[in-house]
Structure formats: structure tokens, C-alpha cells
Design a protein around this ligand. Structure first.
Ligand SMILES: Cc1ncc(COP(=O)(O)O)c(C=O)c1O
Length: 398
């Protein structure tokens, strides 16, 4: 490991060199079946020919001009996103955290524009993850990410998703600005919130004039088998939504989507980004959008997601000493374990299978949505082999 890098990551000891589809190749020539996909980002697989073509064609034309100028690609992608969602306006940044930052600022400015600047409180949930900026760590409230960075920012509360009484009381407070929630919690361990829960929160927000922010950075862009996870539920929509990750298929880009009304406080000069929505990012994101938003891509994700879930349930039944629960939605899958999840991620690497970690001692499977049925079966075989090896090790240690 290099001493020249800030030591903030616990990296797997693989030097990744190239990728194609669901496969990653390390410098030593080993090929890994990639069920991490850049943490739910390379949703079209590695080196997708249409993304490579879009990137290289744009690279020859124009990379960056800043938002001092009109950028046709931004207008094009914003149009696609608004056509495909509840949203009417879009702001482009470079990451999920920036999309969240914009969402939170948009919510607070909305109340200022309405003459209610006292409405500053952002209601979030334990087990959530919204990124690593100051605002994002305060919105998710995870003590592990807040510790050592000085006092918490004012105007953020976290509740348990199961505490319906506390949620109602918080939304009814005169200081409430917005509720921020992942329809399917990603980092927290692939926990899908139920339709009733989401509709109840939507109704309370409507009643009180509180804005509803969906963080679809991880669960959006086709990951669950719908373009946006909340679109599983007819007529249910947020006021503001953050997306990133698969939006660029691996190229850094994020977006904050909102209704025109929710964004009414976001006037010239109040927010910005030098790189946000630059021509390179837009070219790749448009190409990615056109693939991800296809009904055949989404239907394929639903089919492969169901195949993986079914296979995992079968494996779980055979390994009750290893697997506690299978959860998630579509191709955002969590496997809650008895043995330590970090150790199991390493054991999976021994089978040349890459899986992500997650809260509540889960491992997550977040493969490219383009994974074939054979590749899904191969991932299941490798995971089963991982569990068999873990069982043998546990027995030998007993
Ligand atoms: C739900 C969610 N929101 C926000 C973020 C932050 O995104 P980024 O790491 O691109 O800043 C993440 C990243 O994992 C995420 O999963």
C-alpha cells in the first residue's frame, strides 16, 4: 500500500487494471466476477462500448467550459431526466454528496422563499448514508462518520424508521424543513422501505408543507428494476431527489432533481459548481441514460435480480449457520451474515468474487445490470463456495 495516499480507505489488496462487462482483471492476471461495480456505479458494466464511444468522441471536441456558458449536453440530459421523472428542474454536480448538498440547500431556500426561514430542520434516519460532506454526515447522523469533526451542525435530527410516532411529531414541528430518506437504504444494508411507510411520510409532508427528499444516489438509475426506486409505487414522488453513481455509468456526475416549486429559492448566484455538468460528463451520462432507461434494460435487471434473490434464498436455507437474511430490491441485494462481513468479503475474493460490505453485518451484491443469467449463476456458485469454505474453517477452529 502506498504511503503517499491519505489513509482514509481500507482497500482490498487487488491492483485493478482493466475491466470488461462484469469482469475485472488485476495486474497479476486474476479475473474477478465483479458484484461491486464501483459501488453500484458501473451499471452497464466496465468499458461499455457505447460509453467508451461517447467519452472518446466528446474528448476530441470539448471537455470543460464552466457554467458561465450554456452547455447543450446539460440541457439535453436535464430534459431526459425531467421527462422520465416527477422533476421539472435539474442541477448537475460531480458526485452523490454534491447532489445531496444541493438537495439540502434547495429545501432550506424553499422555506426562506416562502417567508419561513425558521424551517431549517432536516429529518433523517438511522442506518442511512448520504455522503461525506459536513451536511451529508449531519443528515445521516452516523456517529462513526461524525466523530472528530467538531460540533454537529444545527438543524439535523435522526429517527428510527420504525418509530412512526416520533416521525410524525418531527414532521409536524414548525421548524421542520425536509425529510431525507433512501427508498432503499444502500450502505445501511440494503433495506427497502415499504410502500405504506413511504406513502405515510409523503402524506405528512403534504399536510405540513415539509419537503420530501429521496436519496436515490444508490437505488436509482435502474438499480431496483425501475428507473427510480420510488417509481415502484404509483403516484408516489418526492419534491427533491439526489442521483449520482450509475447516472454516469462510472464517470463522475451527480444531479439534484426538483419540482419547480421546491426549487424556487435556487435563484442565480445561490449555488454552483465549476466542474458540475461539464461536456465530458454530460456526453457519457446521456449515453448511459439512453441505455439504462430502456424498458429492456430495466426488465433484464428485474429478471436477474429475481434470479439472484432466488438463488440466494436457496443458499441461505443450506447455510443457516452463515446467512441470517436476504434483503434489498432488484439488483441492490444484501446478505446479512453470522460471520464477520469483512472476513467474508476477503473469503469471496479467494473465490475471485467481489462483493461490497454494508451495515448490519451485510455483504451487498451490486453487479452491473447487464449481468447475464449465466454470470448470475456463476456469482451464486462462487458465493456458495465462499460459504462452504467459511463453514469448513469454522468447523476446524471449533
Ligand atoms: C445513498 C447514497 N447517497 C449519497 C452517497 C454519496 O455519494 P458520493 O460518494 O458519490 O459522494 C452515497 C455513496 O455511497 C450513497 O450510497
Amino acid at each position: 500500500m502506498s504511503d503517499d495516499l491519505m489513509a482514509v480507505y481500507n482497500r482490498a489488496p487487488i491492483e485493478v487494471e482493466r475491466g470488461e462487462g462484469v469482469w475485472l482483471e488485476a495486474r497479476d492476471g486474476r479475473r474477478y466476477l465483479d458484484c461491486v461495480a464501483g459501488i453500484a456505479t458501473n451499471s452497464l458494466g466496465h468499458a461499455h462500448p457505447k460509453l467508451v464511444a461517447a467519452l472518446t468522441a466528446q474528448a476530441r471536441k470539448l471537455w470543460h467550459v464552466s457554467n458561465i456558458f450554456r452547455i447543450p449536453g446539460q440541457e439535453e440530459l436535464a430534459h431526459r431526466l425531467t421527462e422520465a421523472s416527477f422533476a421539472e428542474v435539474v442541477f448537475f454536480g460531480n458526485s452523490g454528496s454534491e447532489a445531496i448538498e444541493c438537495a439540502l440547500k434547495t429545501a432550506r431556500r424553499y422555506h426562506v422563499a416562502n417567508g419561513a426561514p425558521e424551517r431549517i430542520e432536516v429529518i433523517g434516519f438511522s442506518g442511512s448514508f448520504h455522503g461525506r460532506t459536513y451536511a451529508a454526515i449531519n443528515a445521516s447522523g452516523n456517529p462513526a462518520y461524525l466523530e472528530g469533526f467538531g460540533p454537529r451542525l444545527p438543524g439535523y435530527v435522526q429517527l428510527s424508521v420504525d418509530d412512526t410516532a416520533a416521525i410524525e411529531a418531527a414532521i409536524r414541528r414548525p421548524s421542520a424543513a425536509a425529510v431525507i430518506v433512501e427508498p432503499v437504504q444502500g450502505e445501511g444494508g440494503a433495506r427497502a422501505l415499504g410502500e405504506d411507510w413511504l406513502r405515510r411520510v409523503r402524506a405528512l409532508c403534504d399536510e405540513t408543507g415539509t419537503l420530501l427528499i429521496f436519496d436515490e444516489v444508490q437505488c436509482g438509475m435502474g438499480r431496483t428494476g425501475r428507473l427510480f426506486a420510488h417509481q415502484w409505487f404509483d403516484g408516489l414522488a418526492p419534491d427533491i431527489m439526489a442521483v449520482a453513481k450509475a447516472l454516469g455509468g462510472g464517470f463522475p456526475v451527480g444531479a439534484c432533481l426538483a419540482t419547480r416549486d421546491a426549487a424556487k429559492g435556487m435563484v442565480a448566484g445561490v449555488h454552483g459548481s465549476t466542474f458540475g455538468g461539464n461536456p465530458l460528463a454530460m456526453a457519457v451520462a446521456i449515453a448511459a441514460f439512453d441505455e439504462l432507461a430502456k424498458e429492456e434494460t430495466l426488465a433484464h435487471a428485474r429478471t436477474i435480480g429475481a434470479r439472484l434473490a432466488e438463488g440466494l434464498r436457496r443458499i441461505a436455507a443450506a447455510y443457516p449457520d452463515i446467512v441470517v437474511d436476504i434483503r434489498g430490491k432488484g439488483m441492490l441485494i444484501g446478505v446479512k451474515l453470522v460471520p464477520n462481513n469483512r472476513e467474508m468479503m476477503a473469503a469471496a475474493r479467494d473465490q475471485q468474487l467481489l462483493v461490497a460490505g454494508g451495515g448490519e453485518n451485510c455483504i451487498r451484491l451490486l453487479p452491473p445490470l447487464t449481468m447475464t443469467a449465466d454470470e448470475a449463476d456463476e456469482a451464486l456458485r462462487r458465493l456458495e463456495a465462499t460459504f462452504a469454505a467459511a463453514r469448513a474453517r469454522l468447523a476446524a477452529a471449533a
